[in-house]
Ligand binder design. Structure first.
Ligand SMILES: [Zn+2]
Ligand SMILES: [Zn+2]
Length: 130
């Protein structure tokens, strides 16, 4: 790396790289806090984690969505739905089901950029403990 001139637009600091590797290896839709926690040995600042994750979303290599008032990060860039356990709050990727309607003329939108679909319920382990 020494003396290597890096192009500014994809430049990653050592910490930026650590954060990228951490979020890409956490396949459970982590929050910034969870990414930060997984880097506790590395001495990376929380603000640096937030900044790096926001940059990756801007670059289109990471998706983000709101879950219970918290931003979660998603490494799966293919269209998919989510299944959420309301007890343990785990989030799984599930295939997007075929949905009947609304018909295009019923949508008050000129374009559709994104569909957000979440199934909520109890996972088998939490259902057993009810
Ligand atoms: Zn559960
Ligand atoms: Zn997902």
């Amino acid at each position: 790396m020494a003396g290597n001139k890096l192009r500014p637009q994809r430049r990653r600091t050592r910490q930026g790289l650590l954060i990228e590797q951490a979020v890409m290896s956490l396949r459970n839709h982590p929050s910034a806090r969870a990414v930060y926690a997984s880097l506790s040995e590395e001495g990376v600042a929380m603000a640096t984690v937030y900044r790096q994750l926001a940059r990756m979303v801007e670059e289109g290599v990471l998706n983000s969505f709101e879950h219970l008032g918290e931003t979660r990060y998603d490494t799966n860039l293919e269209p998919h739905a989510h299944a959420v356990c309301t007890a343990c709050e785990q989030i799984w990727d599930v295939p997007l089901p075929k949905i009947e309607g609304p018909e295009p003329h019923e949508l008050p939108l000129a374009t559709i950029e994104d569909v957000d679909l979440t199934f909520r319920g109890l996972c088998p382990a939490c259902a057993r403990n009810q």
